[in-house]
Structures are given as structure tokens and as C-alpha cells.
Design a protein around this ligand. Structure first.
Ligand code: AMP
Length: 303
């Protein structure tokens, strides 16, 4: 079913203890769209890039059948840039630089053909822009939303308005603590769900993810990998796999939500195997199903 994705398209400079990669294609919506493209169509993107965003980057998105007519290209500006450095454990990172560039004046315009999108994924961008997108679409079946500490600290009021209109909210553990002001994740989850989203996912990096719904808590492991190259985009590809799976379901219930968390975890585990979006250039559907099965096996016990 139709999925509309809004978020950043970016060039990233990434440094890990084991290597670095500069000018790498990234951005929240790029990762979400590439990941979700394995599950559903049509996928529609709304975003903005600068004159430095070359045809080869559009070609990658088109090769996955992603509709990019909602991406504005500003010939007088530069694409959003982000630089980050990962610590030795690869679980924590420092943002070294954020250059909004064309995002500073971005006024999202959702093309008319996208207004009826059934699923909406608000990737990590300024919550005021997330609100502008929500204002332009007809009533979607499910809205999911991601954010980061940059916006929790910088635009808390706008973020709260977004949360009132969101069905599923995805954050990592430190962001959940920051937003709730409580160090305990179970209490944080209760407080955040009271802000609007009925369903909350708290990602815990290499320690997996927790899903909170009215039916209780579901815990998914992370895939135990021997080598992690670059965790950038893990959260976004998780969101892409999660909403991708839900948007191909005839009915969304607790079981499908749990499966969606495992598909999201599987997609994140592929992302970290290579720098940037590289792993998605040759990822096969069969590999995704194999890894999903491995996730089921990871915590399966005979009765
Ligand atoms: P993740 O590792 O899943 O948190 O996503 C990393 C991606 O988020 C990178 O490709 C960055 O370009 C993008 N990003 C980082 N900071 C921001 C921000 N403040 N707003 C929008 N996108 C961002």
C-alpha cells in the first residue's frame, strides 16, 4: 500500500574507530525509503536537495522504484550535511557538524498525487516540517514518526504537537529518557505514550528494541554480528522495515506489529554491515527472509 516518506536527504562524513567515509549518501528519508522498498509500493518521497545532489543518487532511488517527484531540487543551494564520529563500542556517537543548507528554507510541498497515501513515515527532520506535511495529506491509516535529541532539545513544543497526531513513535533509549525526563525506560514509555502515540518503539542499539502497545511489551534482540562497519542509518532502516512490513499487511494487529519489529531489526542489521547505503545496492529479498528466520530462531525455545 502507498507509503509517503518525508525526511532528510544528506551527505554524511562518517568516522568509526575502524575507518571513515566522506560525502556518503545518507539522510533519514533515503535510508527509510531504501529499506521499505523491499516490502511495499508505491513509495513516495518528499524532501529537498541542493545542486550537488547528482543524477546517480536519483538513479539509485529510481532503481528501487521509489517515486522522487516530491523531492525539490534547489539549484542555488547545497544538500543537508551531517558529520558524526562513533565511539569504540559503536553504540554511541558524537555529532560533529550539522549543516541544514537547503533545509533551512524548506517549505514541504506534498504533490497532489501523494495526498491519499495510506501510510506516512515522518523521518527525522524539524518537527515543524513534519507538521506541515501532516497538514497537507488526507487521513492516513497509520502515521509513524522518528526524531532525535537535536529536535527534542531544540523544538520540544513542535515535537509535542507532532506526537499528538502520530500512531507509532520510534526513538532510541537516550532520546526516550531525554523526552520523558525519567531514567527508567518502562516509566518513560508510559509517559511518552500519554503524549499521543499508542505504540512506542524504543531502540537500544546492539541490545535490540522494545515495543510498547496496549497489549504489553515485546522485546526483540539485535542480530549478533561479528563485524559492524557503520551504524549510520540503522534507526532509519529499522523504521523502513517496520512500516514496510505493516503496509503490506491486510490487517494491523499485535502479531503483525511484532513481526514488523523483527523485519525492522533485520533491515538494520544489514545496514551496519557496510558504510552508508552501500549494503542496499545488492541486498536480495531471500537474504531478508533468511535473516528474519534467524531472528525467530534467536530466542526460540522448545516447550
Ligand atoms: P540514524 O543513524 O538512523 O540516526 O540516521 C542517520 C542519518 O540521519 C544520517 O544519514 C544523517 O544525515 C541524518 N541526520 C542527522 N542529523 C539530522 C538532523 N538534525 N535532521 C535530519 N537528519 C539528520
Amino acid at each position: 500500500m502507498s507509503l509517503l516518506i518525508v525526511g532528510s536527504l544528506a551527505f554524511d562524513d562518517i568516522e568509526t574507530p575502524f575507518g571513515r567515509s566522506d560525502n556518503t549518501l545518507g539522510g533519514s528519508s533515503t535510508y527509510i525509503a531504501l529499506s521499505a522498498s523491499y516490502f511495499t509500493d508505491p513509495i513516495r518521497m518528499v524532501g529537498v536537495v541542493g545542486s550537488d545532489f547528482g543524477d546517480e543518487h536519483f538513479a539509485l532511488l529510481h532503481s528501487k522504484e521509489i517515486d522522487t517527484t516530491g523531492i525539490q531540487k534547489v539549484e542555488t543551494g547545497k544538500t543537508f550535511r551531517w558529520a558524526g564520529r562513533y565511539h569504540y563500542d559503536m553504540n554511541t556517537r558524537d555529532t560533529l557538524d550539522t549543516q541544514l543548507n537547503v533545509f533551512a528554507d524548506f517549505d514541504p510541498h506534498v504533490p497532489h498525487a501523494y495526498h491519499n497515501s495510506k501510510f506516512v513515515c515522518l523521518g527525522n527532520i524539524d518537527p515543524e516540517l513534519q507538521l506541515k506535511v501532516l497538514d497537507q495529506i488526507n487521513k492516513p491509516e497509520l502515521v509513524i514518526c522518528d526524531t532525535m535529541n537535536f529536535w527534542i532539545e531544540g523544538k520540544p513544543e513542535a515535537l509535542k504537537k507532532v506526537l499528538e497526531r502520530v500512531d507509532v513513535f520510534i526513538v532510541n533509549d537516550s532520546e526516550a529518557r531525554l523526552l520523558s525526563g525519567d531514567p527508567n525506560l518502562v516509566r518513560s514509555a508510559r509517559m511518552i505514550r500519554n503524549m499521543g502515540p499508542k505504540t512506542l518503539i524504543i531502540k537500544k542499539g546492539e541490545h535490540g528494541a522494545l515495543l510498547f502497545t496496549d497489549n504489553g511489551i515485546f522485546a526483540a534482540p539485535a542480530f549478533p554480528l561479528e563485524s559492524i562497519f557503520d551504524p549510520t542509518g540503522a534507526g532509519d532502516t529499522f523504521a523502513g522495515g517496520f512500516i514496510g512490513h505493516l503496509s503490506r499487511c491486510a490487517e494491523i494487529n499485535d502479531t503483525e506489529m511484532r513481526k514488523a519489529v523483527l523485519y525492522g531489526s533485520a533491515m538494520a542489521s544489514f545496514c551496519v554491515e557496510k558504510f552508508g547505503t552501500e549494503r542496499y545496492s545488492n541486498l536480495e529479498l531471500l537474504e531478508i527472509e533468511d535473516r528474519y528466520q534467524s531472528f525467530l530462531d534467536l530466542s526460540h525455545v522448545e516447550k
